[in-house]
Write a protein of this length. Structure first.
Length: 353
């Protein structure tokens, strides 16, 4: 790909973080914070260049932030009547950035053209126009059988679908979205049988109890909500001190574990809702957690590139494995076999006891 050259700032442009604004000098002015404004934005395109050259041109300060999914570099700014954000997640390809807009999508082309004109770059800098996340699979839950045939497309969320869990009996499933809503679906009819509301942030993870009578959902605002499957009522809220990335339920249903942005893994008692232990060791967000089928081991993975195996009874780490790049998911195949997905591939581990 040809490298896109971005002009430097005009000599009389003041930093976009400082007034006066709209004086005919720097046409942009900056605001923050992405963590609070992210739900307001919709993607309108992908640029074939990093965030930094555009930020330098408009004299913007690049923030290091978090959106409930990953760490990212981002700038938020107003430009000729449009509210933009340009971001680059740690997991995104090198040399590209995403352009976001708060206005409706019918203004997307005009807004993107305005950005290109002010920055001084051409259409060759645009890798993609539109929402790269807008594919139907992102806004819907799609069911597949072993034949690789799509048997149903479940539509209902007003935004990205970020989490899904299937009931133990296979007759229903739950999905969580960027809209903060939890939807319960009948597997056979594909109908949404319940809509659970109450989260104030995006629903990033969920788990269904082994007996299928309740489920736990975690959002980006440090809360786990416990829902009764039959009534749809929220029966408990477990509130922590850090944004949550994952939640899992023990095989006997008596306790839960959450992985948090602050690197901690917290154990919760199901009956009392109390946090009974905080396990520390990860140096960065805990992206996933999984409990062994016999309930004796808890596996967690994180952005620090480590897999940690915790002895649940002793509340201590039993083993640590390291990989290059972040580790984003893990799943037990048996009591002592574990699959881990990361930035560089899939890893298979066998726990020796």
């Amino acid at each position: 790909m040809t490298e896109i050259e971005v002009p430097g700032p005009e000599p009389d442009w003041q930093p976009a973080t400082q007034p006066p604004y709209d004086t005919g000098r720097n046409p942009a002015y900056q605001y923050s914070v992405w963590e609070h404004h992210a739900p307001l934005f919709q993607m309108i395109g992908v640029l074939a260049l990093p965030v930094q050259p555009v930020a330098q041109r408009l004299r913007l300060h690049v923030e290091r932030s978090w959106d409930g999914l990953d760490e990212l570099d981002v700038v938020l700014f107003r430009l000729k009547g449009f509210s933009f954000a340009i971001s680059k997640h740690d997991g995104n390809p090198v040399g590209v950035s995403f352009v976001w807009l708060t206005q409706p999508h019918e203004q997307a082309d005009k807004a993107l053209d305005t950005l290109l004109e002010v920055v001084g770059i051409g259409e060759d800098a645009v890798a993609f126009r539109g929402d790269a996340h807008e594919a139907p699979a992102e806004r819907t839950a799609t069911a597949h059988r072993a034949s690789n045939t799509c048997t149903a497309t479940l539509t209902g969320h007003a935004g990205l679908v970020l989490s899904v869990a299937i009931a133990p009996d296979g007759n229903w499933l739950a999905t969580g979205g960027r809209d903060g809503v939890v939807c319960i679906w009948d597997r056979v009819s594909g109908a949404c049988t319940a809509t659970l509301t109450g989260h104030t942030g995006r629903v990033l993870s969920m788990a269904i109890a082994p007996d299928g009578t309740w489920l736990a959902t975690a959002d980006g605002d440090a809360a786990v909500r416990i829902w009764d499957r039959t009534s749809g009522a929220c029966t408990a809220t477990l509130t922590g001190t850090s944004q949550l990335r994952s939640v899992v339920i023990a095989p006997d249903g008596t306790w839960l574990a959450t992985g948090c942005r602050d690197g901690a893994v917290r154990i919760w008692d199901r009956a009392s809702g109390a946090c009974t232990a905080t396990l520390t060791g990860h140096r960065g967000p805990v992206k996933s957690a999984a409990i062994a089928p016999d309930g004796t081991w808890l596996a967690t993975t994180g952005d620090d590139g480590t897999l940690r195996i915790w002895n649940v009874q002793r509340r201590e780490v039993a083993a640590v494995a390291r990989a290059e790049g972040g580790l984003h998911s893990c799943a037990w195949g048996s009591d002592h076999e574990l699959a881990v997905g990361g930035a560089r591939g899939l890893y298979l581990y066998k726990l020796l006891t």
